[in-house]
Write a protein that binds this ligand. Structure first.
Ligand SMILES: Nc1ncnc2c1ncn2[C@@H]1O[C@H](COP(=O)(O)OP(=O)(O)OP(=O)(O)O)[C@@H](O)[C@H]1O
Ligand SMILES: [Mg+2]
Length: 305
């Protein structure tokens, strides 16, 4: 069996541990078309939760269109628009129909078609040469509105705090003016810079003031890690004692990414070996050794204070 543990990408399906309460809570917001502000420390599982709730929507056969827009690294309104365009194929997988509906809405705007060489998926992006991006944003928001009139939508803006650094005047206000009329869309605003993102939604001088319910994401409880880890290792015919699982989880203070990283390496240790506390210690030391250069660099960049 392939190693089920992963630490560098989103995790879904069997690599995703529990979060059942959060998933059903999030589904309620999605079904009711209410906005949420999903925030946590870095690498706690925000993007994975978004992907997992999207899979649940499919699994349950709900008639809700879902789009995940990654805003990391965007620095302007144009970037924002381009990323949404690139995500439209998540709402309409039929390229012909997608092109038709977009070119109907944006009749005066030239569109570029791009094929991703790795996944083979096609996406479109507008040419900003002849038209002001404010107009394109308005038309794009109208496209989303039209889609949402046919069926409910959920649109996740991941790393939404990037928007606060866009240089265009009044971007947040303009975006808000469209979003507040989208009564059939649940927007998930997700981000990890807690202060920045909560300020955007909690300060009454900001455009997104109280536009979404707070949805903080914490660590995963030990009681949920135990059956998940036990079950995955049993597929390899390996029995991991509960005490050992508790020890691993507590060493990494229930932080999902570090636990996945450790278990990824533990899985690779040949099966004929007993998983004893010594093996856990050895593996931890090896991981620390591997990272020692990283830690040294980090240490050296700290100020005297
Ligand atoms: N429910 C989960 N069960 C098990 N592991 C998880 C879970 N959620 C996240 N992880 C682990 O944490 C890692 C980071 O997850 P993810 O990218 O979803 O977090 P994030 O909060 O979006 O991170 P970032 O701050 O970098 O955007 C995953 O690769 C995985 O190892
Ligand atoms: Mg993320």
């Amino acid at each position: 069996m392939q190693n089920p543990f992963a630490f560098s990408n989103y995790v879904t399906g069997e690599s995703f541990c529990n979060r059942n309460k959060k998933l059903s809570e999030l589904l309620k917001y999605i079904k009711g078309s209410q906005n949420v502000l999903l925030f946590s420390h870095r690498r706690f599982g925000k993007s994975s939760l978004i992907q997992q709730v999207f899979s649940k929507i499919k699994e349950k056969g709900l008639n809700i269109g879902a789009m995940h827009v990654e805003l990391y690294g965007t620095i302007s309104e144009k970037d924002f628009i381009t990323r949404i365009f690139q995500g439209l194929n998540q709402l309409e997988s039929n390229l012909e129909r997608l092109l038709k509906s977009v070119s109907k809405a944006l009749s005066k705007i030239k569109l570029d078609l791009r094929i991703d060489s790795v996944t083979g998926t096609a996406s479109i992006s507008p040419s900003f040469a002849a038209v002001n991006e404010k107009i394109i944003l308005e038309e794009l928001m109208n496209i989303l509105l039209k889609y949402s009139q046919k069926r409910k939508l959920v649109i996740a803006f991941d790393e939404f705090q990037e928007v606060a650094n866009y240089t265009e005047d009044g971007f947040e206000k303009r975006l808000r003016s469209f979003i507040q009329h989208h009564s059939n869309i649940c927007y998930i605003f997700s981000g990890s810079q807690k202060h920045l993102i909560t300020e955007m939604f909690n300060s009454n001088s900001r455009a997104f003031y109280k536009l979404a319910d707070s949805f903080p994401l914490g660590k995963i409880e030990t009681e949920h890690y135990i059956p998940w880890i036990k079950n995955l290792f049993s597929r390899k015919n390996v029995f991991l004692p509960i005490e050992l699982i508790e020890e691993i989880v507590s060493r990494f203070e229930n932080q999902p990414m570090y636990i996945q990283n450790f278990l990824f390496h533990l899985w690779e240790i040949p099966r004929n070996k007993e998983y004893s506390p010594e093996i856990i210690n050895d593996l931890e030391n090896k991981i620390i050794e591997k990272r020692s250069l990283e830690y040294t660099v980090l240490w050296e960049t700290l100020s005297i204070n």
